[in-house]
Design a binder for this molecule. Structure first.
Ligand code: HEM
Length: 222
């Protein structure tokens, strides 16, 4: 932590942006694999993909990099936020005096909720997949752990469906602002391109959000 505090604010923002963009790339892969569960009732495609992810040695190394990415993004985010609060102890009185978008002011809050979501999500799936016993299922292509069954079972519970949908919506707002903010921190900003970057970020965040939300909703209502 001591060393983290010594970096300049912009260095911290650059490191955070790179970690954030890296985490986003994980989300794309995670979403594509999870969506497979909606396309066949036998869960073969999903279970096959999950088996590949759980056994491929390169992916195993990538998991540690992913974990480090989360830790870096969280630590730098918290430190930057605390420094912001310390630098401006009195809140702006006038509402609407800043040009920032509404959700940009709540990055630390939406981030904290996504973190709580991740802890619960880990208990729901990751811990069970790694340390628990999951029934096997056989297909023509082979025998795999039926991880897909865990997902289908979880989303039979309306409370989990609501929790996942709300958390993913907040993740969407976090991504929307994070995307444009990352480009700004990396200096890839130009008056001509900024609207395009903002639009691309919003479209991307909307797609990720809708994709993830579809999974609990489709499972619950089908
Ligand atoms: C409907 C939505 C989602 C479903 C069905 C889902 C499903 C899963 C499953 C089954 C696993 C365990 C994989 C394994 O250990 O082999 C997992 C792991 C994980 N999920 Fe999700 N997930 C969803 C949304 C999310 C979101 C929104 C995030 C990020 C904010 C996320 C982050 C992670 C992480 C970091 C892991 C552990 C890393 C890994 O196993 O590769 N998930 N998820």
């Amino acid at each position: 932590m001591g060393k983290t505090l010594q970096y300049s604010s912009i260095t911290k923002k650059i490191i955070m942006s790179l970690a954030g963009l890296f985490l986003t790339s994980f989300l794309v892969v995670h979403l594509i694999i999870n969506l497979l569960i909606l396309f066949d009732d036998s869960r073969e495609l999903f279970n096959q993909a999950a088996h590949f992810m759980a056994t491929n040695p390169l992916i195993q190394i990538f998991q540690w990099v992913l974990f480090a990415g989360f830790i870096i993004h969280i630590i730098f985010g918290v430190v930057l936020q605390i420094q912001n609060w310390l630098a401006r102890p009195v809140r702006y009185e006038k509402k609407g005096s800043s040009e920032q978008s509404y959700f940009s002011k709540f990055m630390i809050h939406t981030g904290a909720i996504v973190l709580i979501f991740l802890v619960i999500h880990f208990v729901n799936f990751f811990v069970k997949a790694k340390f628990g016993h999951i029934e096997s299922i056989s297909y023509a292509s082979g025998t795999y752990e039926d991880l897909g069954w865990l997902i289908v079972e979880l989303f039979k519970d309306g409370a989990y469906v609501v929790f996942y949908v709300v958390a993913i919506l907040l993740l969407g707002f976090h991504l929307d602002h994070g995307f444009q903010s990352a480009f700004q921190s990396l200096g890839l900003q130009h008056s001509r391109y900024t609207p395009f970057i903002k639009l691309a970020g919003t479209l991307f965040s909307a797609l990720i959000t809708l994709g993830f939300i579809a999974i609990p909703l489709v499972i619950y209502f089908s």
